[in-house]
Design a binder for this molecule. Structure first.
Ligand SMILES: [Zn+2]
Ligand SMILES: [Zn+2]
Length: 167
């Protein structure tokens, strides 16, 4: 390796990096593995000294991963909702509608027991969602709206329990 002057050495190193990216990557990974604490400290130090650059880098990374993350979120949400729908019998308890998951709602039957809205909480863990689902019935959007508008009344065991008729 020519070490006569800094510029020549830098040029040589650059050329080497471009010529053998795999070798460079492997040796870097090996070094990082053997010097974990040192590398973490160096990274943090670099971030402290290059706040602006770090911010830009991070923003670029987030930008690049945004689409991927959105797709992932969407599919997680959808799976969670499908699971919840299946758990609640898969169809509107009044009319039997089951065509579109998007047109099925979770209606809280026990007044005042609502801890959170199911539709907004599909990111929560299943263990948290399930007890909440137990306080709900599955309705299609039409029946759900009709119920809230007072067009029909719900007479269920849960509803009775709320009124204290069945303890
Ligand atoms: Zn409702
Ligand atoms: Zn319905």
């Amino acid at each position: 390796m020519p070490r006569k002057n800094k510029a020549a050495r830098k040029a040589y190193e650059k050329e080497y990096r471009e010529k053998y990216p795999d070798r460079v990557k492997a040796s870097r990974e090996k070094y990082q593995k053997n010097n974990k604490d040192k590398c973490t400290a160096a990274t943090l130090d670099w971030r402290r000294r290059n706040r602006e650059k770090f911010r830009v880098n991070q923003k670029n990374w987030e930008e690049a991963n945004k689409a991927k993350r959105l797709r992932q979120d969407k599919s997680n949400r959808r799976n969670r909702k499908l699971r919840a729908i299946e758990y609640k019998g898969g169809k509107c308890v009044r009319c039997g509608y089951s065509d579109f998951a998007a047109a099925l709602d979770f209606h809280h039957v026990v007044n005042g027991s609502k801890s959170f809205s199911i539709s907004n909480s599909t990111y929560k863990s299943w263990d948290k969602i399930r007890p909440e689902l137990d306080k709900c019935i599955l309705l299609c959007s039409n029946c759900h709206r009709g119920l809230h508008a007072g067009n029909w009344k719900l007479i269920s065991e849960l509803e009775d329990r709320k009124d204290g008729k069945k303890g």
